[in-house]
Design a protein around this ligand. Sequence first.
Ligand SMILES: *[C@@H]1O[C@H](CO)[C@@H](O)[C@H](O)[C@H]1NC(C)=O
Ligand SMILES: *[C@@H]1O[C@H](CO)[C@@H](O)[C@H](O)[C@H]1NC(C)=O
Ligand SMILES: *[C@@H]1O[C@H](CO)[C@@H](O)[C@H](O)[C@H]1NC(C)=O
Ligand SMILES: *[C@@H]1O[C@H](CO)[C@@H](O)[C@H](O)[C@H]1NC(C)=O
Ligand SMILES: *[C@@H]1O[C@H](CO)[C@@H](O)[C@H](O)[C@H]1NC(C)=O
Ligand SMILES: *[C@@H]1O[C@H](CO)[C@@H](O)[C@H](O)[C@H]1NC(C)=O
Length: 462
Amino acid sequence: MQRFTPRTKLLGTITVFLSLLILIYYLIISTSSTALNHSESDDLNLNFDYFKKFDVEDNELIEYLEGKGLDEGELPPLSSLPLQNHEKTLNPGEVPSYVFEYTPLVYLYTEETYLPYDISKYISHFVLKDEFNNTVTEDFTIDKMAQFTGKNSSKLLLTTLEDTNDPEWLTGESNIPNLSTGKIKDAPAVLVVVDKGNGWVDAYWFYFYSFNLGPFVMGVGPYGNHFGDWEHSLTRFYKGVPVYVWMSAHGGGNAYHYEAMEKFDRGYKRPLIFSSRGTHANYALIGRHSHDLPWGMLSDFTDKGSLWDPAENYLGYTWDGHNLSIIDSESKGQVNYTEQKIDPNWLLFKGKWGNAQLPTWDPRQQWSIFEWKYITGPTGPLTKNLSRLRLCQTKKWFNFFGDPCPPKKFLKGVNKKTGKAEEGAGVCGDLFAWVRPVQLRYLIQLFIWKGWVCTLMDWVLG
Ligand SMILES: *[C@@H]1O[C@H](CO)[C@@H](O)[C@H](O)[C@H]1NC(C)=O
Ligand SMILES: *[C@@H]1O[C@H](CO)[C@@H](O)[C@H](O)[C@H]1NC(C)=O
Ligand SMILES: *[C@@H]1O[C@H](CO)[C@@H](O)[C@H](O)[C@H]1NC(C)=O
Ligand SMILES: *[C@@H]1O[C@H](CO)[C@@H](O)[C@H](O)[C@H]1NC(C)=O
Ligand SMILES: *[C@@H]1O[C@H](CO)[C@@H](O)[C@H](O)[C@H]1NC(C)=O
Ligand SMILES: *[C@@H]1O[C@H](CO)[C@@H](O)[C@H](O)[C@H]1NC(C)=O
């Protein structure tokens, strides 16, 4: 009779272990609430009627949201674009004042060497190339960009042949926010407001930096550098009340209930976002943010450097799923803004905002198991799923069930003694942060090996 060898035993154990893991994952996720999965509209009850009684920005409403523990399931659903007329709350070009009242403020990293930059000036250093390295147009400008908006524009790349030894247009070295106003006078942010129907309004703030200096892995790097860096945040309002804030980080991001976020002290209204050193990934906390690899091998760092107020200088638009409109003069009157003469259709450019990944033979290119040193630039604002109903831009493969980005009710991972952010638990570890009792959570996190399982699977599947 054949006895089990140690190897088959080991394989058996691993199989059982992995099956258990998947089972636990399934059980937990399938029983978790899908917070933004709104109830049917004919099911509107007391809570919705309650909201009807109040005007926008009503303090009582905010107290209600904070104190009573809002059950988002009882708010009306967001609608898919394009909206029916009866679902709309905004006209084209109309940006309500509450968008500015709750605009996030962005803390740049103290020693940030790649500061925000003006997109028009940035583009002037590039030519437009196609995927075969043929020049499509020289003397590229943001107005010309508005002419390349078709489907095949996704094959195009902004390409620079300039010596890239950190010229001013790459570092934006003079674009330090004004210490008293937070204004960066030479680098406008980009605001795109999207009516999501039934009283919901999304305000997307885009933050542009000329260069992304990738992170270091265990002291080696940087890896994943690229020209052009588009980061963004989303503030989601219901009837003028900020309910959620989401912010981008490395193709993913984090969602919070508005009231969970730290606020700037001018009126305690404007949430604070922290931009990481080099990568400009956004977080709601200062400190070290481990991502993609466990044990802090790959981390972002945020702190309270200079404070950028994007509402002091921005290009404003509304988008309805099809048409773009420049912010109208009534909305403009509410704050200072940059005079906009450029064609808003630049936002429809689907190409890459930076050079293609350097070829392997290029002496500047370097390989690591994590990533190439120089990678292709990103795509622009309107490619970031602004019609999304959930808070996150993309759904990751491991979100089989439930909400891929449930908004957090408090800032997680804060060390109570130091007040600083602690390491997260890798790619998928954070998924289980809400599991109680905590012992069960630790057990699951031990199983997924601080996110290693997801990291490995992300490499294989993702
Ligand atoms: C693209 O073309 C330019 C000349 O226009 C050349 O210098 C460069 O090496 C080419 N890049 C690649 C990746 O072939
Ligand atoms: C896009 O496609 C159209 C027709 O298919 C073509 O005429 C045009 O030149 C293309 N544009 C670019 C930038 O490749
Ligand atoms: C910052 O803004 C204030 C108020 O507008 C202005 O007086 C001051 O000169 C600005 N500082 C700099 C360095 O530009
Ligand atoms: C977009 O604008 C065009 C022309 O102004 C108009 O015909 C069309 O109905 C608009 N589309 C939407 C979805 O509003
Ligand atoms: C707008 O900017 C001008 C000059 O930059 C300044 O004088 C004015 O006070 C600002 N207005 C507001 C509402 O901040
Ligand atoms: C856009 O967001 C929705 C969630 O609202 C998601 O289901 C969808 O997959 C996203 N689309 C893309 C292209 O990532």
